[in-house]
Design a protein around this ligand. Structure first.
Ligand code: GTB
Length: 221
């Protein structure tokens, strides 16, 4: 189902990652692409994010936000969940399978992402601290524990629970944050899982669209 009103999301006017798709608008774009829902993007600067107009949409002054008729949402997880509920393609019809797919969304955001974000914070902001190396070891140990558990759950399966779902979308997005760390390579089935997500046409369209913001070149194809 395509919505009659085209939703608008917000994204960085200039993402600090240089278009690597690490900002959280990427997961919203990917979800919208998976379900075939066109969308508008309003780009915001760091200072605009903290202004009252943006804070009216997002209490924490961040991106992404999502506007659709009189609905305003923030939090990438809530936005992807909303998209998955309103369209077919991201959540199974079977009630129990659906509940499990939602559990995987929460697992990505609530179990996997926190130590991965802790590592990012350490490498960006704590590098000059005397305890940096020790902190990094501890945080990477936590990440590795989770990756091992996830890897053993996934085994040889393509996706986490049957067909591709919003749970996989979110998990792939979270694991992508480790791409430059060299850690993911130690878990070959997870590396393949992430590559499988990146190979999806909807992912590629979303990635190209967010990259185009950075390069100023419109995506082709
Ligand atoms: N829990 C919220 C959600 O899931 O939506 C978190 C939202 C969030 O952290 N938004 C970030 C933001 O707006 C952008 S994504 N930051 C500006 C601010 O807080 O003032 C986080 C992010 C930022 C930059 C990179 N990067 O450059 O690689 C990657 C991820």
């Amino acid at each position: 189902m395509t919505l009659t009103m085209t939703p608008t999301i917000t994204a960085f006017e200039r993402s600090p990652d240089g278009g690597k798709g690490l900002a959280r608008d990427m997961r919203v774009r990917w979800a919208l692409e998976e379900v075939g829902q066109p969308y508008n993007v309003r780009l915001v600067s760091f200072s605009e994010m903290k202004q009252p107009a943006h804070r009216a949409l997002h209490p924490f002054g961040q991106i992404p936000t999502y506007e659709e008729c009189d609905l305003v949402l923030f939090e990438s997880g809530a936005i992807v969940f909303h998209i998955a509920e309103r369209h077919t393609g991201l959540l199974p019809d079977d009630v129990n399978s659906r509940a499990r797919a939602i559990a995987w969304m929460f697992a990505a955001l609530n179990t996997m992402e926190p130590p991965i974000v802790d590592r990012e914070i350490a490498t960006y902001l704590e590098r000059d601290e005397a305890w940096y190396e020790q902190r990094l070891r501890v945080v990477e140990g936590r990440i590795r524990n989770r990756l091992l558990e996830l890897s053993s759950h996934l085994g040889d399966a393509e996706w986490l629970d049957g067909a591709f779902s919003a749970g996989d979308l979110m998990m792939v997005e979270v694991l992508l944050r480790l791409k430059d760390s060299g850690i993911l390579e130690d878990y070959p089935n997870l590396s393949t899982y992430v590559a499988r997500g990146e190979a999806r046409p909807a992912f590629k369209r979303a990635f190209a669209a967010q990259l185009a913001v950075f390069t100023g070149k419109q995506p082709t194809g």
